[in-house]
Design a protein around this ligand. Sequence first.
Ligand code: NAD
Length: 307
Amino acid sequence: MKIAIIGAGAMGSLFGGRLALAGEEVWLLDVWEEHVRAINDKGLAIAAADRDIVARPKATTRLEDIGTAELVIVFVKSTATAKAAETALSLLGPDTAVLTLQNGYGNAEAIAAAVGAGRVIAGTTAQGATLLGPGRIMHGGSGETHIGELGGGLTARLEKIAACLTRAGIQTVADDNVASLIWGKLIVNVGINALTGITGLKNGELAEHDETRQVLALAVEEAVRVADAAGVKLPYGDPVEKVLAVAVATAQNRSSMLQDLSGGRMTEIEAINGALVREGERYGVATPVNRVLTLLIKALEKLPREN
Ligand code: NAD
């Protein structure tokens, strides 16, 4: 399959590298020239716990190098989704599907606004990766990836893409209720990301203090009320316990929001707690805790800290 990946950072490189190793024709498109040059010169180095491998996807900064693709995967941070969606327009053939596995809420909708909802496949992934430098990433956690049609239902193209990813070592399940998956992951991120960003704590440390457990619970309970109002059934039972369990299971992680703030970068707050506030307004559900968390992160984005 010819696959174009827009945003070849940690996750775009992981997926692109694995798909290229499985024999797919992969094009990585990124604005970061040094990274693109390193991949084309020396290959993409993927460090993993058991072994290091080198993949050889094609990489470019020039959209016109690629032509049309059968599958486009958007893996920019959510702050760049609208721009990436415009880029995707130039890669579309008659049957091209556009897949997003980005975190947060609103990415699929922004892509659909540009390319049309019928082309969009969305989902979540428990894979994890970190950028080590130009042309080098580390494959962190592994776990299932779930994908679904934005409009629901199981289709032949969904099964084909799930099989293609699974062949590449990215265990993927085709699912017929993608909203449940996306909200399920959103609520985990709502509980963990902003709070670790503000406090500087690692994920597991949130569960160790009564005060942070309380704020986490308040943020998550608000999010659950918004999900209820939106008619979304979450994929797990007690949401506060679920989010605390994820925090403990990823105890040593510094969340991406904490890392972005430490590095002086914009965070994905508008797609996480910020999106929750906007959806709360839409459904008439008050979200004061998530509003405060969003405003604090936005203030910290303007005042980069040393961590
Ligand atoms: P990243 O910052 O490592 O990579 C993003 C890449 O996009 C960068 O290389 C950047 O140069 C590129 N980019 C930015 N604007 C672009 C544009 N207009 N066109 C082309 N390329 C552009 O981010 P990441 O960690 O790979 O995360 C990507 C998404 O996946 C995020 O939504 C994140 O929340 C989600 N996610 C990440 C992980 C993880 O472990 N890293 C796990 C699950 C989900």
